[in-house]
Design a protein. Structure first.
Length: 218
């Protein structure tokens, strides 16, 4: 299984770098599903690691911003197709708000989490990239979630994550908060610093933690 995922990921990444949307879709959707892989396995074993490699290539100046944007747009297209193919668990009655912190433009990791939570039976509101904290607070007041999940990919957005959590805690002190993204990996003490209820390395880990915190059966 791992060798097959590695092969799919290598060819998918190559299609991303060429900007070949149709080939990327064929590999990550048609071929992978025909091979018996579940959409969640494709997301975690192909899309997510390929996208991480895209980010590393950009950080090393081996590809440009336009290349990174092109590759990311392809992954958004593929995720939309996989979402349609996914089995959706019955609703567990718990609402989750998923957002990228203010200034954070990399929304794909948060989208992966939002889709996974949705498929697991949570009622998900996904706001996308760069959500001003003022507007996040308004949404929380208007439709209080059972769990808030905040994403920060770039390390320099850790301060925005801290501010958002501080302000949310001021008005909703009992609201469970999950954090994720590369910024949390680069600052391993961040979760404890902001007193996050959940931090997870993958969407599946977050689902398991959310179930425990919210008292939801698997």
């Amino acid at each position: 299984m791992k060798a097959h995922l590695d092969d799919l990921r290598t060819r998918y990444l190559a299609a991303q770098l060429r900007g070949d949307r149709r080939e990327a879709l064929r590999i990550a959707v048609d071929e992978a599903l025909d091979a018996g892989l579940e959409p969640s396995e494709i997301t975690e074993g192909v899309i997510r690691p390929a996208q991480r490699e895209i980010g590393q290539l950009w950080q090393r100046n081996l590809i440009g911003i336009a290349d990174e944007h092109m590759a990311t747009a392809i992954s958004h297209l593929v995720l939309a197709q996989l979402y349609q193919q996914s089995a959706h668990a019955p609703s567990n009655g718990k609402r989750v708000l998923v957002a990228c912190v203010e200034g954070e433009l990399h929304e794909l990791p948060a989208r992966i989490v939002a889709d996974a939570l949705d498929n697991a039976g949570f009622d998900v509101r996904f706001t996308g990239a760069d959500v001003p904290t003022d507007h996040l607070l308004r949404m929380i007041e208007k439709e209080p979630p059972d769990l808030l999940a905040l994403s920060a990919t770039m390390s320099f957005h850790a301060s925005a994550l801290r501010e958002a959590i501080t302000r949310v805690r001021a008005v909703k002190p009992k609201l469970p908060i999950a954090i994720g993204g590369n910024a949390c990996e680069w600052a391993p003490g961040l979760a404890g610093e902001v007193n996050a209820d959940i931090t997870a390395a993958s969407a599946n880990d977050l689902i398991d933690a959310a179930r425990r915190v919210l008292g939801v059966a698997a």
